[in-house]
Design a protein around this ligand. Structure first.
Ligand SMILES: C[S@@+](CC[C@H](N)C(=O)[O-])C[C@H]1O[C@@H](n2cnc3c(N)ncnc32)[C@H](O)[C@@H]1O
Length: 765
């Protein structure tokens, strides 16, 4: 389904990250590469990109044996990152190729994009990454200040802003795109993203989850357009096939960051997502109900374990790393990383794949963690050799040995530590024996160093589960088979502070195996105990539920009102007492949410908001409005209350805000008059890209004599800019307009994150 996205914040706006204060994850840049601020002392906050102990540590570690190369790497680590972005896959294949064609044309030599010099320096051409499939990811090293200085460059900037606004491209750091690629997502998979916020990888995975059906159904889209001339929006094909069978559960321990996840993923508008708020190391095993009433554990097909880390590969966007780097940073996180990865292994399906990643180069957070989980797994977890996948991605093999150094010295082995230190540093920090390292193929891990392809530093390991783990949860096996050996309860007394994407953790851990628990308690308690801290941090989110019989009757009225044809009414969920909001869930999401055995799942948000009830507008046939977030999805199912308009009609609506029916041509005026008051859908006619708005869909309100769009003010202002209803906000000659739109967008982003998100959650009733 060719989907055009709306409500995209402008991530090229230098105010963007300041206002959303996302502060972490791989895409939480303070500003864009090449921006004036990056080059100035402001970006580095007067921090000199240098640290003796940092450099010395990696030199001693011998991660790169060639001295020149090592020097080159550290020099680059003190320079800003290029701007990188992905073309979204959910927009459909035709639109994808159109965006790529436009990009190529824009940066081609024939467009005058040759030997452009700015301030005496030759500008490098934007180009696709050779390792990313189908030219869907690009890099640009053009400094922002240059956009104003050259008309060809300003056209490129215009392109970026426009397509970002339209949701056709997403800004994402290059290394952050790697782990989802190795997850090898299929649309029927259940996927768990254990530490997901702010959600750049989740978004990419979610797109992949939807991609297969997009490719498969491209032909179907064309056929249905032919049948109805492309303007009625209805289709002869069953539209429900567009929804992936699987789902992604995006989890994060930090509630505020979970709301960022909601913002990121809502933009994609998917019914196949659940956002949860758990400690990843205690993430509960979920169950599905079988037709005979029994239950089966849901093991995940894919798990992304992008753990909190010291982030010392992120110096190019987080200059603070230079100031804060210590030996202890990685050591303090090592145990938590092991626990999260261990839980991931327990929740993984046999035959499933888990990708472990960090934006740290420290083996203590990487190979040491992998070695430990393989050793503990009794042969059930293996590293996968992915050297033949994405061969043009330049990477170095995982290390077989390393040294553990703390600020007091350098300890070649665990045993060589002074006695008084031994209780402080865990043995797992040290490398396995050389033979063990060979046997577990630590070289299959991947190290991406900044200088290899002008990125940040990153570590990725692809693991496969070949059999049940020794302490497999959810299995009634072995001596513990009288009870549902569900959990190894990990009680972690931890103070986890997350700043940017570095996390400092001070923790003491006790693992209590099932034997130590009173039987009765375990039997009745499938989910891990809430930690004291979690109990204090009460969970206020209202649960999602399946509609009551009474609500189902109301929804039948809604279905008739909009003339829904073949819409999966059984896949609806509601939230809160008054059922004001109705959500559309994929089969997997529905199966998880509707099973009361999963009630302890702390769901922040899930599925796709479809309808919102608005009472108090006087008597009307249907009080449920279609949410703008889901209008693209529901439009193919509508047989009523849909009006096709032209680009010019849309521009007129933007100009007048609330035009009278009589402001439209006779045909539209008659259609409006013939409708009962209430929500309706506007589809803009025209073949792909015939006009800027062709194919766009809007939720709208039919009043007594006039109509208006049910779209936020900020979005309307952005559209006005794009459609030249006001001065072009991205024109290089119109700085005042740029500033005003940027201001609005930053307001929108910050209010979405700071106010709307929690509010949205609060009034889910
Ligand atoms: C490196 S960031 C993840 C970036 C994210 N995967 C992305 O691509 O946008 C690590 C995340 O782990 C979260 N975190 C820290 N400790 C955690 C825990 N015990 N369980 C789950 N999440 C945790 C942090 O809040 C942070 O959002």
């Amino acid at each position: 389904m060719a989907k055009k996205r709306v409500k995209k914040p402008n991530t090229w706006d230098p105010n963007y990250n300041k206002s959303n204060n996302s502060g972490s994850g791989n895409d939480a840049y303070i500003t864009t590469a090449g921006d004036k601020k990056i080059d100035s002392k402001n970006f580095w906050n007067n921090i000199e990109p240098k640290s003796e102990i940092f450099e010395q540590y990696y030199k001693a570690m011998g991660i790169i044996d060639n001295e020149e190369e090592f020097k080159k790497m550290f020099e680059l680590m003190g320079k800003p990152l290029p701007t990188t972005f992905r073309i979204n896959t959910t927009i459909g294949k035709s639109l994808q190729s159109l965006v790529i064609d436009q990009l190529k044309e824009l940066v081609s030599e024939s467009s005058g994009y040759k030997d452009i010099e700015i301030d005496g320096e030759l500008v490098e051409l934007p180009s696709p990454f050779s390792w990313y499939p189908n030219e869907m990811a690009w890099k640009s090293s053009i400094p922002k200040k240059s956009f104003k200085k050259n008309p060809e460059l300003s056209k490129f900037h215009h392109f970026l802003v426009h397509h970002n606004q339209q949701g056709n491209i997403t800004r994402q750091e290059a290394v952050s795109m790697i782990p989802p690629l190795f997850l090898d997502v299929q649309s029927h998979y259940n996927i768990l993203d254990m530490c997901a916020a702010p959600g750049s990888k989740t978004t990419q995975i979610l797109e992949d989850l939807h991609m297969k059906h997009n490719l498969e159904n491209e032909e179907i889209i064309k056929r249905s357009l032919k049948v109805d001339g492309g303007d009625s929006g209805s289709s002869n094909e069953k539209p429900s096939i567009y929804i992936p069978k699987g789902c992604i559960i995006a989890n994060d321990v930090d509630t505020n960051r979970c709301y960022m996840l909601v913002t990121q993923t809502t933009r994609l508008g998917s019914p196949a997502i659940i956002v949860t708020n758990h400690e990843a190391q205690n993430f509960p095993l979920l169950y599905s109900k079988n037709s005979d009433g029994s239950e089966s554990p849901i093991y995940m097909d894919r798990i992304l374990c992008d753990v909190p880390c010291s982030g010392d590969g992120t110096t190019r966007k987080n200059p603070e790393v230079w100031k804060k780097w210590t030996h202890a940073g990685s050591i303090g996180l090592h145990q938590l990383q092991i626990k999260i990865a261990t839980r991931g292994c327990q929740l993984l399906k046999v035959g499933g794949r888990m990708v472990y990643s960090t934006c740290s180069m420290n083996p203590v957070e990487n190979e040491a963690v992998i070695a430990q989980i393989i050793q503990k797994s009794g042969g059930s977890i293996k590293l996968v050799d992915v050297s033949s996948q994405y061969p043009s991605l330049i990477r170095r093999p995982g290390l077989h040995s390393w040294t553990v150094i703390d600020k007091a010295g350098n300890f070649p082995t665990f045993e060589s530590q002074p006695e008084d230190k031994k209780y402080k540093l865990s043995k797992t920090l040290w490398p396995p024996t050389p033979q063990e390292a060979i046997d577990m193929h630590l070289e299959y891990c991947m190290r991406v160093y900044p200088h290899l392809q002008d990125t940040g530093g990153f570590f990725i390991a692809v693991l496969e589960k070949v059999s049940d783990c020794p302490n497999q949860i959810g299995k009634k096996t072995g001596p513990l088979n009288q009870i549902d050996n569900d959990q190894t309860i990990i009680t972690t007394t931890a103070t986890t502070t997350t700043t940017d994407n570095t996390t400092t953790t001070d923790e003491k851990t006790t693992e209590t195996t099932i034997e130590n628990q009173p039987k009765k308690q375990i039997k009745n308690d499938r989910q891990p105990k809430l930690k004291e801290r979690d109990k204090r941090q009460k969970f206020f989110e209202e649960p999602f539920t399946v509609p009551s019989e009474e609500l189902k009757k109301e929804l039948d009225v809604v279905s008739k009102f909009y003339g829904l044809i073949e819409f999966p009414m059984g896949n609806l969920l509601t939230r809160g007492k008054n059922s004001q909001k109705i959500y559309w869930a994929s089969d997997s999401v529905l199966s998880i949410i509707s099973n009361e055995s999963n009630n302890s799942l702390k769901v922040i948000n899930c599925a796709l908001k479809l309808f919102q009830r608005h009472d108090g507008l006087g008597a009307m046939e249907c009080a449920y409005r279609i949410s703008q977030d889901s209008v693209l999805w529901i439009e193919p199912f509508l047989s009523k209350r849909i009006i096709t308009m032209t680009h010019d009609d849309l521009v007129m609506i933007f100009k007048k805000n609330e035009p009278f029916f009589t402001d439209f041509n006779e045909s539209i005026c008659d259609q409006l008059k013939a409708m009962e008051p209430g929500c309706f859908v506007i589809k803009i006619s025209g073949a792909l890209r015939e006009t800027l708005s062709s194919g766009m869909v809007f939720s709208a309100w039919r009043g007594k004599v006039s109509m208006h769009l049910l779209v936020s003010k900020q979005e309307i202002e952005s559209y006005k800019g794009i459609f030249h209803v006001i001065d072009d906000p991205v024109s290089p000659t119109n700085n005042t307009a740029i500033e005003s739109v940027k201001k609005d967008e930053s307001k929108e982003i910050s209010s979405e994150i700071v106010q709307d998100q929690p509010k949205e959650q609060k009034d889910q009733n």
